[in-house]
Design a protein around this ligand. Structure first.
Ligand SMILES: Nc1ncnc2c1ncn2[C@@H]1O[C@H](COP(=O)(O)OP(=O)(O)O)[C@@H](O)[C@H]1O
Ligand SMILES: O=P(O)(O)OC[C@H]1O[C@](O)(COP(=O)(O)O)[C@@H](O)[C@@H]1O
Ligand SMILES: [Mg+2]
Length: 534
């Protein structure tokens, strides 16, 4: 196993090897493994932290050898691959890590780092030993099929893995549906289609049954493509896999058009969705411009995070007002939305409003007294802000007979996520899939793969699931929107005070054996070099 630049964190030995581990290591890919002893609740994964000088912290990901210390490793077959063998320094330097904080000051701590993604010199699987499974969960997102395709082709072309299965219909498919064999030929042109060829679902996450299925089918690498809910499920699958001592790498590939996954630069499909949203905004603008006091109202996806609405607004420049869940607004009175609509219509004769579906939920709930309902995954079912706003605006202008308006409401919500991914998302999906399978082949497990400040990294599940990525309304990006639309910001001074996003960094040293394993940071020699660093 590789170690970090400055400190070698001893692997947390959560589970002692048993004869069953050896069995998993040696058995052929399809031999069913012995059933585990009756389910105990899996313990939450230990954090693997290592410190370095200057406040450097590596938040490392688990490795199969953490609980199967006797696993054999092999030379990476890529070194003999005609395409890759010519690449200078193709294998990632084992000491490479990716910084979470890209803007630093002379005196600031170096902060959190993640292990850099990419192929390693040694792998922990022989090609014939791997049975890989791929599953897609949660809502659709452009690029799902590209990730599936590139996992299948990448495993086959780079590592000679021929046994890859698709789990149909999301998490519940592990125990309720058949698997489908995936080959480079069968996935050849799926990236040109929207949706997921494997199907997807919400709910039905039963960790014990899923891991039973992984064990029964002899799955040794599982690639789980999904959003924040899915990654939480993947974390508990990993914990149970580890508890049972299975030689199975559990890898998450983050997916969501909402872009609400923390730490990562951007989720795949987001750009495609923003691009597709332009078509709806353009239509709204054309309709609005062509009518007397025309209002075009477009509702876009974004359950808790308004990134799609924000980026679509900035890209379009035809939008007069953008409403997102992070920025509360109000309708009536001075500084309210209705006053602004009236003013913009008087000034320009038309206007376009973009609203994220999660915006203004408290306003609707207050005015209509709805009880909360949840979908099968536990996500709150949203009330239709688009319809509600339309009726409120119409009601307002009905009271002004000398101010006739024409309002067109466009709801393209599912259209922006059902399309195939665009060219740049396709390339992004390819890199994600490759980073994912390089990590699994190298024996890493219990991680999500994604770019952090432009470099692909292996990120522990807990980092992805502990909070959601949201638009920070005190950041310059939101200010750009306010500046381009000239809309009211609807905020009081107190709202702004409470709106900052807290960036907590792990604190070292942690007590060994409690929830982390840390060695004391090495000493700096005054030249910025650490003892132990090359
Ligand atoms: N806290 C959780 N723990 C385990 N599994 C979860 C959790 N939240 C959601 N899931 C499962 O993950 C899958 C997808 O979750 P969902 O929230 O619908 O979509 P997404 O992953 O895109 O956010 C569902 O099968 C759901 O049951
Ligand atoms: O597909 P459903 O169940 O109608 O859910 C719609 C939701 O799915 C999304 O497109 C994506 O949500 P997830 O990333 O959680 O799957 C949201 O923007 C939207 O609120
Ligand atoms: Mg989600």
């Amino acid at each position: 196993m590789e170690t970090a630049t400055v400190v070698v964190a001893p692997a947390p030995v959560a589970i002692a090897p048993t004869p069953q581990h050896k069995l998993m290591e040696l058995k052929s890919s399809f031999a069913p493994a012995a059933k585990p002893s009756p389910a105990r609740k899996a313990k939450p994964a230990k954090k693997k932290l290592a410190g370095g000088c200057g406040g450097y912290v590596l938040e490392d990901v688990p490795h199969l050898t953490d609980y199967l210390p006797e696993l054999k490793s092999y030379p990476n077959p890529l070194q003999d691959h005609p395409a890759y063998s010519v690449v200078k320094q193709y294998f990632v330097n084992p000491d490479d890590t990716v910084t979470k904080k890209i803007v630093v000051h002379k005196s600031s701590a170096r902060g959190t780092h993640f292990r850099r993604a990419g192929p390693r010199q040694r792998v922990y699987f022989q090609p014939g030993e791997v049975t890989a499974a791929i599953v897609t969960c949660g809502g659709l997102c452009p690029g799902l099929n590209t990730v599936i395709r590139e996992l299948v082709c990448g495993l086959h072309d780079m590592y000679g893995v021929t046994s890859v299965y698709g789990i149909e219909g999301g998490y519940k498919g592990f125990y309720a549906r058949n698997t489908v064999e995936l080959t480079p030929r069968s996935v050849n042109d799926i990236h040109k289609r929207g949706g997921t060829v494997l199907g997807t679902s919400r709910g039905g996450q039963d960790t014990a049954k899923i891991v039973d299925s992984i064990q029964d089918r002899g799955i040794s690498q599982v690639y789980i493509i999904g959003g924040d809910g899915t990654q939480k499920g993947a974390a508990s699958i990993h914990e149970e896999v580890q508890r049972r001592g299975l030689k199975c790498a559990v890898v998450g590939v983050p997916k969501t058009i909402d872009n609400d996954i923390a730490v990562i630069d951007k989720s795949f499909g987001f750009d495609t969705a923003v691009e597709e949203a332009q078509r709806a905004i353009n239509a709204a603008h054309v309709e609005a411009e062509s009518a007397e006091n025309g209002i075009g109202l477009v509702k876009l996806m974004g359950r808790n995070s308004g990134f799609i609405a924000m980026y679509a607004t900035l890209a379009s420049r035809d939008v007069d007002c953008c409403l997102i869940p992070e920025s509360p607004f109000y309708l009536e009175g001075k500084g309210g939305l209705l006053e602004f609509v009236e003013k913009r219509l008087r000034d320009n004769g038309h206007m376009v409003i973009v609203v994220a579906e999660g915006a203004g939920q408290d306003l609707i709930a207050k005015s209509m007294n709805f009880a909360d309902t949840h979908d099968a995954s536990g996500n709150k079912v949203l009330l239709d802000i688009g319809l509600w706003l339309s009726s409120k605006i119409k009601e307002h202008f009905k009271k002004k007979p000398n101010f006739p308006i024409t309002l067109k409401y466009i709801d393209p919500t599912y259209m922006i996520r059902a399309v195939p991914s665009n060219a740049s998302d396709n390339v992004y999906c390819t890199l994600l899939a490759h980073s994912a399978l390089h990590g699994a082949m190298a024996g890493y497990t219990g991680f999500t793969v994604a770019p952090v400040n432009g470099r692909h990294a292996y990120i522990p599940f807990y980092r992805i699931t502990e909070k959601q990525n949201k638009v920070v309304i005190t950041d310059r990006m939101w200010a750009r929107v306010l500046c381009s639309t000239n809309q009211p910001c609807f905020l009081t001074h107190e709202d702004v005070e409470g709106a900052g996003q807290d960036e907590e960094e792990p604190h070292l040293p942690l007590v060994e054996g409690e929830n982390a394993l840390v060695k004391s940071p090495p000493m700096c020699n005054g030249n910025g070099l650490c003892s132990g660093a090359a």
